[in-house]
Design a protein around this ligand. Sequence first.
Ligand SMILES: Cc1cc2nc3c(=O)[nH]c(=O)nc-3n(C[C@H](O)[C@H](O)[C@H](O)COP(=O)(O)O)c2cc1C
Length: 337
Amino acid sequence: MRIDTPLTRLVGMDLPIVQAGMSWVSSCAELPLAVSEAGGLGVVAGGPMRLPDLDECLTRMRAGTDRPWAVNMPLYRKGVDEVMAHLIDQAPPVIIASQGGPKKYLGALHDVGTVWLHVVTSLTHAAKAVGAGVDGLVVVGAEAGGHPPEHGVTSLVLTRLIAREFPEIPVVASGGFTDGYSLAAALSLGAAGAQFGTRFIATPEANAHPAYKDRVLSAKVEDAVLVGRGLNPIRTLRNQFTERMLDLETAGASVDDRREVFASTVLRQSAKDGEVETGKVEAGQTAGLVTELHSAAEVVRRIAVEYGAVVNGLPRAAGGDSAPQCAQADGNVATAV
Ligand SMILES: Cc1cc2nc3c(=O)[nH]c(=O)nc-3n(C[C@H](O)[C@H](O)[C@H](O)COP(=O)(O)O)c2cc1C
């Protein structure tokens, strides 16, 4: 199956389905390989990886598939210059860069043929990234797991705002997308694809502890709370850690006191070691919609098939004047074939 959009044409993949870069969870080859082989874009989360591990993983990616794949790199990471020098040598098909400006490395990666998608959470950052010459944007709204924007603007509004402002740039909507319905919503907003994070945690290929996957599967949508305001907050599932953080916020505790608890545990402890009662179990609101573990290929297949059924079943507009000028005028319209 193929769903043709400006994103799939830019990257050279069959489906506008991007598996989100997720520290630890996709800091491996298994999940990204399975997604890319299924026609989506698999993303290695390079942020927490040591350089030799990252190099080995990228070698496995290259050996494992002829299809496009990506590396996610937060540009604030320690030793970023050295890491980016390696990436320039490795020339991944796509980079998804977050948390920092693209200018310093963009030219060198373009020279080796890498497509640069840039993660943004506001119109201002989107304008800067587009001005710097990135090839596409990943727009992250408030529903997202990991680090959603603190301003709280949802994907519904932020995607439309940025897609409307930059119709010539492929936009990938991220945060709150989980199935064919939400892919259809993303493309309706003028995006050229959607990025799915939390959905892919509940796959056998995800590099997360079984207790972490179980917690995602049992969560309700209200369980994915935002904690750490003013400290680069995270959306994470309710447990003893979030109760402590939320109690401190309610009590009006100082930033320093809140920082101490916030920094007392890291994602690795829950994702790798299974400490889901006391650790950061980062996941988005869609955890409440994810109820079954499926293979990554099956997740991709179901999203694509459901998308086809959803768009074919949408009510058609009849009567009235000629069609108003709409998002599809920008060429982002998708065709499922
Ligand atoms: C466990 C977890 C780890 C994440 N780690 C990263 C990361 O290393 N780099 C990054 O740019 N985004 C990271 N994110 C955010 C995702 O790339 C993506 O924007 C988000 O998961 C989308 O929202 P969704 O979970 O509702 O699909 C992470 C998200 C989760 C759930």
